[in-house]
Ligand binder design. Structure first.
Ligand code: VGL
Ligand code: ZN
Length: 208
């Protein structure tokens, strides 16, 4: 059995200055780049929305970004338009060594449902195929970096654990939106309680 590095949503729109910029989000890029050479498998997820995606506040009359709204009968945080398919904002961070990525999972492609996790949509109705991709290759452990720690990283890690993967969360390789102060720390706690182990890129590099 083996390990894979999982890069969650390291995309331009999630970097400072992007449509849904994560504070200090660009700091995860050098960490991801440093870790890629020490893993045999390097998988990336990409938030990949159609222009009329229902998570966008612009699709809801009178709504402002970051309000709670509704999408297909379930509660939904309404986001600024971000990661629209084929736009520069949806592209991987330009400083990311994309040539080293061997598999990309796109999510959030259905306008009627959001998909924070790289494994399933938010209703757990449709799988992205990531589990199959990993199991086929004998991967049982994921090393996770990316954005945002308190949104897509959190839901990806919780699903990974529920699917039976071991998870190492790289503390210096994640950053959160922190819509409310403390969201990121609370998310890390939640992931650890669910079974994720916390580590640093330094420890992983020293071990390699
Ligand atoms: C994300 C909000 C909306 C993320 C994606 O990648 O964390 N956050 N869509
Ligand atoms: Zn999104």
């Amino acid at each position: 059995m083996s390990e894979a590095l999982l890069l969650v949503d390291i995309q331009n729109d999630f970097l400072p200055g992007g449509a849904l910029g994560v504070p200090d989000g660009d700091a995860v890029v050098p960490v991801a780049n440093a870790l890629m050479p020490i893993f045999e498998h390097r998988v990336a997820s990409q938030d990949w929305h159609p222009p009329d995606h229902g998570s966008f506040a612009t699709q809801h009359r009178g709504a402002e970004p970051f309000q709670i709204g509704e999408l297909d009968g379930r509660e939904q945080i309404l986001w600024p338009e971000h990661c629209v398919q084929q736009t520069p904002g949806a592209g991987f961070a330009s400083a990311l060594e994309v040539a080293s990525i061997d598999h990309v999972v796109r999510k959030g492609t259905d306008a009627r449902i959001d998909s924070y996790s790289a494994f399933y949509d938010n209703d757990h109705r449709k799988a992205t195929g990531l589990t199959d991709h990993l199991r086929t290759r004998g991967i049982d452990t994921l090393i996770v970096v990316g954005l945002a720690a308190d949104v897509c990283v959190k839901f990806t890690v919780l699903d990974a654990l529920a699917e039976g993967f071991g998870v190492w969360l790289v503390r210096d390789g994640i950053r959160g939106v922190d819509m409310a102060t403390g969201d990121t720390d609370a998310s890390i706690d939640e992931m650890q309680k669910a079974g994720a182990e916390l580590c640093t890129s330094g420890v992983l590099l020293a071990r390699a």
